[in-house]
Write a protein that binds this ligand. Structure first.
Ligand code: ADP
Ligand code: TRP
Length: 320
């Protein structure tokens, strides 16, 4: 089984990225052949500052390896190191109905938030389909927000295969329910774009500040509280052991347990959970050229896989 996912180098990685994508990748890498890439072509759709993009790419590589990507098991590379993905994207785009892209939430949401509608933003799902199909992926771990993109990928692949036979591998999404949407400090989906994140590798002060700013209702200390509607509890459930989560549930329901207590417990859990990863990241950051040469070596191997798929696709459509 081949597992693949990509993540955009668009800012500081946060708990949503960790539970929605990074941890899945790390857990799944033992179960099959894994591919992981830094989606730098996708990042261009919001026209970032070039220096910031370069910095984010390197940082993301460090973050992922520190979080447990095993370079002996997983091919880890930059999307743009294999420009063949653009060729596949072009070919697929000619078999993609306009309506499929016009219905994409990501495009509609970005427009609503005032981004310029460049053509890349509109065809973003086709490039994503190319990422997935180029490496003949079976399973794609992502957060719930990417579900529609996976459906678009499947639609494109099925349509292509209907015309040309069994050329493309039809992928499945892997979207575990309990981590589908990690809430941010304001209760919306945690996202770099909403300024509501808790970073994985922030300083103690920064993480504490973010945890303390999580929005709760205004029940007083003595009152019993509802764990299931509380964002502090939701995030705590992701990082604590089941018996600790049960204890916190009892504390909420019993009263005389304030949100300040819960936030303190959450901060402590977060700080210790990521301790080893912070140390590993600092080691990696001391030798960035070594990390970059690993990525280049992995890209070389990914390119061979890409070429195999492209050869079949080119032949199928009549280019060879
Ligand atoms: P952001 O929304 O912060 O820009 P990305 O779109 O770069 O995050 O997402 C990278 C990966 O992390 C994707 O697989 C996405 O589904 C996952 N992800 C992002 N935010 C969350 C969240 N709040 N909960 C669960 N998964 C998330
Ligand atoms: N669109 C994804 C996101 O913003 C990133 C991505 C690009 C991706 N290509 C992919 C994820 C292929 C999974 C598979 O999160």
């Amino acid at each position: 089984m081949r597992i693949l996912t990509g993540i955009q180098p668009s800012g500081t990685p946060h708990l949503g990225n960790y539970f929605g994508a990074m941890r899945q990748v790390c857990d799944l890498q033992a179960k099959g052949e894994s591919f992981l890439f830094i989606a730098d072509y996708h990042a261009l759709t919001v026209n970032p500052d070039p220096e910031a993009l370069r910095r984010n790419i390197v940082n993301l590589a460090l973050d992922f390896i520190a979080c447990g990507v095993d370079l002996d098991r997983t091919l880890f590379f930059r999307q743009s190191a294999i420009p063949q993905v653009c060729e596949l994207s072009w070919i697929l785009s000619t078999y993609t109905p306009m309506g499929l892209l016009e219905r994409a939430h990501s495009y509609k949401d970005k427009l609503a938030r005032g981004f310029d509608a460049n053509a890349g933003l509109f065809t973003y799902p086709v490039l994503m389909a190319a990422d997935i199909l180029l490496y003949r992926s079976n399973l794609v771990p992502v957060g719930k927000d990417q579900k529609q993109h996976l459906e678009i990928t499947r639609d494109i692949a099925i349509k292509f295969n209907n015309r040309f036979g069994d050329v493309l591998t039809i992928p499945e999404g892997y979207i575990p329910d309990n981590v589908a949407v990690v809430p941010g400090t304001d209760g919306q989906k945690m996202s770099k774009s909403y300024d509501n994140i808790i970073p994985i590798f922030g300083s103690e002060k920064e993480i504490k500040g973010k945890v303390m700013s999580i929005v709760t209702d205004c029940k007083g200390l003595a009152e019993p509280k509802d764990p299931d509607s509380c964002n502090v509890f939701k995030i705590y459930s992701l990082v604590a052991e089941p018996e600790e989560v049960e204890q916190m549930r009892r504390n909420y329901l019993g009263g005389n347990y304030g949100y300040g207590h819960a936030k303190k417990a959450l901060f402590e859990k977060l700080w210790t959970k990521f301790e080893g990863m912070r140390a590993r990241r600092a080691e990696l950051a001391a030798d960035i050229p070594a990390v970059e040469s690993k990525l280049a070596e992995h890209a070389e191997r990914a390119r061979e896989e890409a070429e195999k798929t492209l050869a079949v696709v080119r032949a199928a459509v009549g280019l060879r």
